[in-house]
Design a protein around this ligand. Structure first.
Ligand code: BGC
Length: 814
């Protein structure tokens, strides 16, 4: 039931349920009972609330490939579509996936900003621009919730990098907080009424976010009227009383949390008011009512929306997200009948998603090689590896068939489970049938490996503790692997250790076995089993590989090189140290470009990398982490069946030129000393020209911008498709202070994105698009009055194709 009547009825059900709970029930309800769920309270008809990651798919509560998930393109890709309606559909699909998996709340979207290009997790956030982030996030949240599933907009706030993320204290001034980092949260609260947020690990201005009463109770709930739940990021809550008083409703994961029994005790001891606890419980019950797991309350959505085809949507988002940043001599689309040399490790082993909690296991992955093989006539395609960017061992996912065998101390098999990629990430809920942490002694990953190449294969282990590794009947390691650094997530994000080098023959299967002896620390009931079998293909001479690729390129009409980052470069858990493509990929592109002037480079990365050879190649297409259907979408775009629809949601430039780069705290603090100048705002201020500007992206047709006119808050732009095929354009509207008045007052960026709209037109057709400018576009945060202030004066309004390619302008005075 939607609308006010529904809200009122749910509030009554919430109050009635609250009145029947004891102090212990209430304290228990606010603490995870395991990694992903809250306890059920049958006496009030409350079922267990289930949460699950994440932005591009719904993993479900188990880290397993047994129940695959649709994997959509990563958030930077979604933002590159500049299409809130498409984000809405992504949300509807994810709600459908959540329902299928019994999940009530999706731990997404991530709306932190691309402050420094070194942020390792930027693939999981949308943009450097708060307005674009807010629009995409609003569409996404509204979509998920229209399917009756909750969201947790995250990570509130200023979790814009990963270095020391548990402890870093980000020093952010009030203007930067309001105008940049809080802005997407504010827009989503206003536009989509999210049912949840997630508070970040980090501190802001001295207070950790799970205890930040001024930002949570003051700004989020007080000023903005947010009425959803506030869940901690996983293991972020530190202090019972401070967290509750700081507005934190749910401490995850469990069972060891600062809430539960500790919270009941704090109330009994008079350290915190029961009324404060009740307020948090109300929020949780309201969420339960909304998603339909509280008896007596009608869910917001009784009938889920019509079924969506996950593969089709993943495909559509991917092709509409690809950004063609360079296309000399109309190198793309490929000419019909052209022969293609496809080159690159990522062309065969596609990197479709970013690592960490965003990981899901799709039922299939279409690589560029798969996609082009299907799209091109027989005999038109050749493939060469060229360069392998995986300098370290990676997950054992290609050629491996592995099961996990769980044994007790006597060696009896208690149960077996799946082991996607040889990567075990088990909490209580993930243990196979018949296995408990009390009876489990060891887990063996056992199965076969069938190499696709002959040569020396390397096997290794990711994780901490006692392991035995055997390949083809020989034991190569029997010992203990310990952490280099006391990092609680080392087993999750650390590098695998090599332990065995084995000569193998292509297509001849061998037995592999990795056994891990599980030790449960005595002081905790929360146990996770985290380890993985890792593998690396035979290392060939890199120069030889490049020469082979150049040779293949020479023999084809077009060379398509797919370059990529790896999960050791872009992932949750750490930042980047440079923006270079790993391994010999730059050398590879140069060699291929020298061999064939018709070289197209596809960049498979979630966020900016340096492209030092860009002037030497004919075309550059950014494909982000394109999701499970990425290769099929790529084939459509390369062959011209579809045009690439994306525009840059973030500036691409070299690290040396980037104005804001710092992600490493000093003495525990990271000063956002650039204030409101990040992304294009900073590039313009520094007077530096990036490689590819914010908003840039080419299609397969051309556009002439004919006029721009302003009427109240509406900007009307007329434009004509001057090319020979139908196309879709993203009309971008930028605002720049023009007159002396608007230029006075607080220092503001030279210009900023104030609105945008997508429009389609056939060849020769003229279309008009209306873009509404939000009042906020003319406002700054005034620290003295503690409120928004409109900056009066005259402004230039420019409409165009990127922040630097402005085609028509007009002026207004406000
Ligand atoms: C991440 C969150 C995620 C959570 C649960 C954390 O480490 O920062 O984004 O939702 O884990 O997996």
């Amino acid at each position: 039931m939607t609308g006010e009547t529904g809200d009122q009825a749910r509030e009554q059900a919430v109050e009635a349920a609250l009145a029947r709970l004891t102090l212990d029930d209430k304290a228990r309800l606010l603490a995870g009972q395991d990694r992903w769920t809250l306890p059920a309270l049958p006496k009030i008809g409350l079922a267990s609330l289930v949460m699950s990651d994440g932005p591009i798919g719904v993993r479900g509560v188990r880290w397993t490939a047994d129940d695959p998930s649709v994997a959509l393109p990563s958030p930077t890709a979604l933002a590159a579509t500049w299409d809130p309606e498409l984000a809405h559909r992504a949300g509807v699909l994810l709600a459908q996936e959540a329902r299928r998996k019994g999940v009530h709340v999706l731990l997404a979207p991530t709306v932190n900003l691309h402050r420094s290009p070194l942020g390792g997790r930027h693939f999981e956030a949308y943009s450097e621009d708060p307005y674009l982030t807010g629009r995409i996030g609003t569409g996404y949240v509204a979509g998920v919730q229209s399917g009756g599933i909750g969201t947790t907009v995250k990570h509130f706030v200023a979790n814009d990098a990963e270095t020391d993320r548990f402890t870093v204290d980000n020093l952010v001034d009030a203007r930067a907080l309001r105008e940049l980092y809080l802005a997407p949260f504010e827009a989503i609260v206003a536009g989509a009424r999210p049912w949840g947020i997630m508070t970040a690990y980090n501190s802001v201005n001295g207070t950790t976010m799970t205890e930040h009463a001024p930002l949570v109770n003051g700004v989020l709930r007080g000023e903005w009227g947010f009425d959803g739940i506030n869940v901690s990021d996983w293991s972020a809550a530190r202090d019972t009383v401070a967290a509750l008083e700081g507005g934190l409703d749910i401490a995850m994961p469990g069972p060891d949390t600062v809430y539960g029994e500790a919270l009941a005790r704090a109330v009994r001891d008079g350290r915190v008011e029961e009324a404060t606890l009740d307020a948090a419980v109300r929020n949780v019950l309201r969420l339960a009512a909304r998603v339909g797991i509280l008896d007596g309350a009608e869910p917001v959505v009784a009938e889920p929306p019509a079924h969506l085809d996950g593969r089709a949507l993943a495909h559509e988002i991917a092709r509409r997200s690809f950004v063609l940043v360079r296309n000399e001599g109309a190198a793309l689309p490929l000419r019909p009948g052209a022969t293609v040399a496809l080159i690159g490790a990522a062309a065969r082993d596609a990197r479709v998603l970013g690592g960490g909690s965003a990981t899901v296991f799709p039922d299939r992955i279409v690589s560029p090689l798969d996609g082009l093989t299907a799209a091109l006539p027989e005999g038109a395609l050749t493939y060469a590896l060229g360069a392998d960017p995986n300098e370290e061992l990676s997950l054992a996912d290609r050629g491996f068939t592995l099961r996990a065998l769980c044994r007790d101390a006597a060696g009896t098999v208690l149960g077996t489970g799946s082991a996607p990629g040889g990567d075990i990430k088990w909490t209580d809920v993930d243990l196979p049938e018949g296995v408990t942490h009390d009876n489990l002694h060891s887990v063996e990953l056992a199965g076969t490996f069938t190499p696709r190449e002959s040569g020396t294969h390397t096997f290794g282990i990711k994780g901490l503790g006692a392991f035995t590794l055997a390949v083809a009947g020989t034991t190569y390691f029997d010992g203990v692997q310990s952490a280099a650094k006391n990092d609680p997530f080392a087993a999750f994000f650390g590098a695998p250790e090599p332990h065995a080098q084995v000569e193998l023959t292509a297509d001849e299967s061998v037995e592999v076995s990795l056994t891990h002896v599980v030790v449960t620390p005595e002081d905790t009931t929360a146990t996770s089993i985290l380890f993985a079998l890792a593998h690396q293909e035979p290392r060939r001479d890199p120069d030889e590989l490049i020469a082979e690729a150049a040779e293949a390129a020479r023999g084809a009409d077009t060379a398509v090189v797919v370059v990529a980052t790896t999960d050791r470069v872009e992932s949750e858990g750490f930042d980047r140290t440079d923006l270079r493509l790993p391994g010999r990929q730059d050398d590879l592109v140069r060699a291929v470009a020298a061999a064939n002037p018709n070289t197209v480079v596809v960049v498979n990365s979630g966020s900016p990398v340096e492209l030092p050879w860009r002037e030497e190649v004919a075309a550059v297409l950014l494909s982000w982490f394109p999701g499970q259907e990425g290769g099929a979408a790529l084939a459509d775009v390369l062959t011209g069946a579809e045009e690439p629809g994306g525009r840059l949601p973030t500036t691409w430039g070299s690290l040396a030129d980037a104005p804001v780069t710092q992600v490493v705290p000093e003495n525990g603090q990271l000063a956002y000393s650039e204030g409101v100048f990040i992304g294009y705002r900073a590039w313009e201020k520094a007077g530096r020209t990036p490689v590819y500007a914010f908003g840039h992206g080419l299609g397969y047709t051309d556009w002439a911008y004919e006029s721009v006119a302003v009427e109240g808050a509406t900007v009307r732009v007329r434009l004509r498709n001057t090319g020979e095929r139908a196309g879709h354009e993203i009309v971008q509207v930028y605002l720049a202070p023009a007159g002396p008045e608007a230029a006075g007052g607080p220092e503001r960026p030279a210009r900023w994105l104030a609105g945008f709209a997508g429009v389609s037109a056939g060849p020769g057709e003229t279309v008009e698009v209306a873009v509404t400018l939000p009042a906020r576009a003319f406002e700054v945060w005034d620290e003295t009055s503690g409120g928004w202030a409109r900056v009066k004066g005259s402004y230039e309004i420019a409409a165009g194709r990127s922040i630097v390619d402005r085609r028509v302008t007009t002026a207004i005075t406000v």
